[in-house]
Structure formats: C-alpha cells, structure tokens
Design a protein. Sequence first.
Length: 386
Amino acid sequence: MPEVHAKLSASGAKRWLACTQSPSMEEGLSDTTSVYAEEGTAAHSLAELKLQHETGKITKRTFTVRYNKFKKENPYYSPGMDDFVDEYVALVLEQLNSYESADIDLEVRVDFSRWVPKGFGTSDVVITSDGVIEVIDLKYGKGVPVKADHNPQIMLYGLGAYAAYDMIYDFKIVRMTIVQPRLGDISTYEMTVEDLLKWANDWVKPRADLAMRGAGEFAPSEETCKWCKAKAFCKARAEKNLEIAKYDFEDPVQLSEQDIADILGQAKEIEGWLKDVKEYSLTQARDHGKKFPGWKLVEGRSNRKITDEKALLFILEAEGFKDEDLLKPRSLQTLTKLEKTVGKKQLTELAADLIIKPEGAPVLVSEDDKRPELSGLASANNDFNN
C-alpha cells in the first residue's frame, strides 16, 4: 500500500531534519512518480498479500483468487518479482518465529505526530512481543543499499509503532530492519526505547518545529538535495555550487593541489545541479511558457529513420544489390552506410516513401542559435508530443 506523504514525511526525514527550510520550498510543487516507484508499489502489494496468507489473515482460497488476479492485471508482475518477494516473506516469517508469543500486523499506519506535526507513515510490518517491537521495511529498488543504522525514516516508523502499541506491551527494545531482496541486503538496527525517545525529544521535535514554520537553515548537499522537489531552483544550493567561482580567471598552473582537490570534491554535485537546472528550465519553457533571458525554445535535432526495413531490403535486392553490402547482424546498415553503397540520389529515388525525419523534441538553446524559436507553448507541446 503506497504511503500518503505528510508535509514532514518519514521518507523525507533525512532531508528535512538536516535542511529545515526544504519543506517550505517544496510547498505547492506536485509529486512525481516513476516506473521504479510504481514497480515498488506493486512489489509491496504482492508482499502484503503473501504475508496475509502465511500469517493466517486470509484463507488460501482468498489468497489464490487475489494472487491470480494480481498476476494477470498488474503490469509490473514477473516471476522474478515473485522470487524476490518470497525471499522477503521468508525473512519476515523467520523474524516473527524468533520471538515467543509474537503478533504481526501488516501495512500499519504509524503516527509520530507527538514529535512531528501531522507526522505519520506506513510500516510494512510491525512485530510485537514482550520486551521487543520490530518494524520491517521492504525496499524493492536495486540501486544503492539503504542501511537501517541511524536511518531516520525507519526510526520514525519505530517511534510511531512504539507509540501505537506501548499501552499493550512493555517494550524495552525497538528493532528496525530494512530488506532489499534485489540487492541481497538485510540491515538491522536496534535501540533502547529510552534512547529512541531521547532522539525524538531532543533532536526530531525541535527540528520538525523549525521545518513546519519554514525556519532554521538551508543545508544543501548531495544527500539532502537528491530528492528535494526544489533542488533545481534553490538559491542556497546554487550559492554552494557557485563557490567554485572563486577560482575564476586563475591560471590552472597556479592552482595548488588543495585547490584542485576542492574542485574535484565538488564536481559530482555541480554536475548533478547543472543537470537538474537544465531539466527544470526545459520543462518550464516547454510546458509552462516560461522565458529565460538569452535563451529560446527550438526544435531539437533528429535522425532520419527507415519506416519498413523489410520493404527497403526487398527494393534494393530487386535492384541487384547484395545482402552482404546491405545488412549488418539482425538489421539493415545505417542510412549513411546505405547511401555510400547505393548512392545518395538513387537511394532517395528508390526509398522516398520509406525514409522519414521525425520532428525533434524541443530543446532550450542560446538565443544566438540559428534555429527559429518555436512559436508559443501550444506549438511546442504539439511538436513535442507528435
């Protein structure tokens, strides 16, 4: 079940705890999704279904009906997803069985608003037992391993789970586990309830209060900016990356080893920042008609392509050209190569109906570029979508 994000969400805690100004910068900006996020949502749904069955929360018949429906209708399902989710389910059951007289709840809405205004999240699994409460989080991505050690997202889940079940159990330990089956990575971190509450009261609550008020400081960095929706137009991030301008006009041979080390240390973040600014400015110009002084929106370059390779091959074979001159493994040669083999004029005459040059997607270029500016937002969108 996907998490409905609060302003100060658990998933964004690493950012807003460090950069308390970021939530205010993001206000009014829409959330985006991706095939990776949608695939992750599908994996969570499958995992929940399998755990419901394995823990006796639904009957085998109900499971079979829902499972077959999921496999048939969910576009992200694959046998591979089944295998990875099975690994996760086995780990959860192993953890559950490691406790005496434990209970398990799935997709639990955990409320930590005692420390974070309107703060809530969804924990995939909560296992409760005498003395220990454990939250388990499935991360289906296959990028960088995410560790549980001092991870604020799962610590907030643990905090919310503790608050929800504290009246029933006498917990001493909060255990937090992150499972990334596609990376073969399992990470567990545990704290005493006392230490978790100290972290929540002394660090989280004051920082959350600042973040809700749009107060405190900016803290631009590769980690805090990575998932921030305001990263492309945040002036604090720009100022940090433009610190490198202090090296302007210096002869490179005069840079010290330390100067070069400083520049190299900033290079990755600067490259990411420039990429974000370019993508943002293009989107604003293309989709919202924004104008940036000295820049204009033009039709991008595109390559010619053959619409029907089999038909063109048949035509050229009929003209006496040999396959070994026309083909590369599994396809025709490139148009440039075919022009050399057949002759540019003859190829144009023979294949005029089989070669097209698609419209180029809009790009943002300097105003001294010779290409004509696209005439308005509607035209740009039309050209882009065709």
